[in-house]
Design a protein around this ligand. Structure first.
Ligand code: ADP
Ligand code: ADP
Length: 237
């Protein structure tokens, strides 16, 4: 469960990113956050794993306050949260498999991972993750040899290898063509259904949101202006 308790974010220059957000997201939900550019979608998503620091309120994940956590405790909460970006954030010159293995970093000592010493179980887990997103045959290709859609599937596999319980996807299809968009959204949906991973996706197309979400949250100027099941989401919102 993810709880936002009176969460606000004011950027150093005075811009309001989030204004007093109260939300509860249950395990296994597929939430799509919609809103115009600048509405606060990215700020909201990135505040969940503290990629952005909030300035007021508290965010509680599986009963633990990530807002108050520090050190090892913070790392442990973050290990449960996989992040997917618009531009994939892969190490371009590394192999697909190495990129997926990087999802295991939080489970080992820094030295081992710096040296690339991952146990065989990690490699097996990473290969299975690649299989799940139908891209196993690319395991030994360089990441930058793959198409955009394939690279995004690698980043989903990285979150799976991480054994994330929550996936945060910030505009994951914004740089993909319509066909690839559907493939990547289908992958996210399948993983949500098969593994029960709580999935929160930022999108700016309401049609796509309706197609995939079990719940849509609409933001405007850092505030929640709509929150409900897909059937209630109308075009004005
Ligand atoms: P952060 O990584 O904390 O988001 P950035 O590197 O994105 O910080 O931004 C650094 C500075 O650039 C901000 O403090 C702000 O002044 C300015 N800035 C960045 N993005 C925006 C934006 N979307 N709107 C207004 N100012 C911005
Ligand atoms: P969205 O993801 O919906 O496009 P954002 O969360 O990126 O919205 O931005 C919410 C608001 O915060 C906007 O007004 C944006 O300009 C502002 N903003 C985002 N990042 C920064 C920053 N680093 N510094 C200052 N303002 C920012």
């Amino acid at each position: 469960m993810i709880e936002f308790k009176n969460v606000s974010k004011v950027y150093p220059n005075g811009t309001i990113g989030l204004n007093d957000i109260n939300l509860t997201i249950e395990p296994g939900e597929f939430v799509v956050i919609v809103g115009l550019s600048g509405a606060g979608k990215s700020t909201l998503l990135r505040s969940i794993n503290r990629l952005h620091e909030i300035t007021d309120g508290e965010i509680v994940i599986h009963g633990q306050s990530i807002t108050k956590a520090a050190g090892k405790e913070l790392l442990k909460i973050r290990r449960d949260i996989g992040m997917i970006f618009q531009n994939f954030n892969l190490v371009k010159r590394s192999s697909v498999l190495k990129n997926v293995l990087s999802g295991r970093v939080g489970y080992h000592s820094t030295l081992r991972t710096v040296l690339g010493m991952f146990p065989k179980e990690d490699i097996d887990l990473s290969l299975r993750a690649l299989e799940r997103v139908n891209i196993l045959e690319k395991a030994y290709s360089r990441a930058d040899e793959l198409s955009g859609g394939q690279q995004q599937r690698v980043s989903i596999a990285r979150a799976l290898a991480q054994e994330a319980k929550i996936i945060l996807a910030d505009e994951p299809v914004a740089s993909l063509d319509p066909l690839t968009t559907v493939q990547v959204m289908d992958d996210l949906q399948r993983i949500n259904r098969e593994l029960g991973i709580t999935t929160i996706v930022n999108l700016h197309f309401i049609d796509l949101a309706r197609q995939y979400a079990t719940r849509i949250i609409g933001l405007r100027a850092g505030e929640v202006v709509f929150d409900g099941p897909v059937s209630d989401a109308t075009d004005e919102k």
